[in-house]
Design a protein. Structure first.
Length: 336
């Protein structure tokens, strides 16, 4: 871990983990309760919705000026995809026979292999692409054709079906597929919140917590510059479940994004008396030099607003009294 993570999050790592554990456990318990209620009302397992996806959301202080089209990828300790409950499709280069043979040899859980020529010919219309997107839970592709996916697949994959955007495989083997199934990704699209998937309800609570802590470490290293913090809160949520906060910037440390030096300055300013002002100090010195009484000068800093007004009015009257002889002499001279 970098020093940044140690300084900002290492001291709170145990508390963050405990809060994430509580949030995940509470959401899982709530989802189980809703599922049992649906079972009692429908009395049919076929009508159950898909497993709820768990996400961890980060609130960012400084919103990026430009959208990022590049994906950030995070390798998690536990797979977020389940080959026993989900269907996979692989997109490959032509010809596809070599890929099909490798899948059979490695016994990979991929149901269908589609080559680029076949993708262009059979799935050229938006309707056909939408049907393909809804047919499988997750898509993979060879890394050599990854840059072509945007043009070949269209908006049906990249807008409403973000989870369907293919994951690139360096090699078609079990090791590469296992790594892809443990990979989560996200893009910073110019908003103040970034949500990252950490798994679904079919996973254990401990697995979800470990995935979440891996994401927290990655985000701390990416979004917190040296001696600063660009993350002001974290929360955990699931499909159709309200977000549960797990961490936020402490109020005593000042505004998020401040440097450590700035936080110390802010603390010092808070300790200083609010009523003390620089102009009042200057007036005290002047008054002492001019022989003014100490009763008036000592009470100015702590007096209420009404008292200050009375003091100022008294000063004006004294100045008028002192100036009356001078004004009278001047008037006599001008009259002569």
């Amino acid at each position: 871990m970098q020093n940044l993570l140690t300084n900002k999050f290492e001291s709170e790592k145990d508390s963050i983990r405990a809060q994430i554990h509580k949030a995940v456990a509470a959401i899982s318990k709530y989802a189980d309760k809703k599922e049992s209620e649906r079972n009692e009302s429908t009395q049919s397992l076929d009508l159950l919705p898909e497993s709820e996806a768990f996400n961890i959301t980060f609130g960012i202080t400084k919103i990026p000026m430009k959208k990022e089209f590049r994906f950030h990828t995070i390798e998690l300790p536990h797979a977020i995809l389940n080959s026993e409950k989900q269907t996979f499709c692989l997109l490959v280069r032509d010809p596809k026979e070599k890929a099909v043979e490798q899948i059979k040899t490695e016994k990979l859980p991929i149901e269908k292999v589609i080559a680029v020529k076949s993708l262009k010919r059979k799935y050229s219309t938006p309707e056909a692409r939408k049907e393909l997107a809804n047919r499988f839970d997750r898509f993979f592709c060879e890394i050599q054709i990854y840059e072509m996916m945007g043009k070949l697949l269209g908006s049906q994959f990249f807008q409403n079906k973000k989870v369907k955007i293919p994951l690139a495989l360096k090699k078609i083997n079990k090791e590469s597929l296992d790594k892809a199934m443990r990979t989560t990704r996200f893009r910073v699209r110019g908003g103040s919140n970034v949500g990252i998937r950490i798994g679904d309800r079919s996973m254990s609570v401990e697995s979800l917590v470990e995935n979440a802590m891996t994401v927290v470490e990655y985000m701390a290293n990416i979004f917190c510059p040296k001696n600063g913090n660009n993350i002001h809160h974290m929360s955990v949520s699931a499909t159709n479940v309200i977000e549960l906060p797990v961490w936020s910037v402490p109020v005593a440390t000042g505004v998020a994004g401040e440097t450590e030096q700035g936080e110390k300055i802010a603390d010092k300013k808070e300790e200083e008396p609010v009523t003390v002002e620089t102009p009042s100090k200057k007036r005290k010195t002047t008054e002492k030099k001019n022989g003014q009484t100490e009763e008036v000068t000592l009470d100015i800093a702590s007096a209420p607003v009404k008292m200050l007004r009375k003091v100022q009015a008294a000063k004006v009257e004294k100045v008028k009294e002192q100036l009356q002889p001078v004004v009278a002499k001047t008037t006599k001279r001008t009259s002569k």
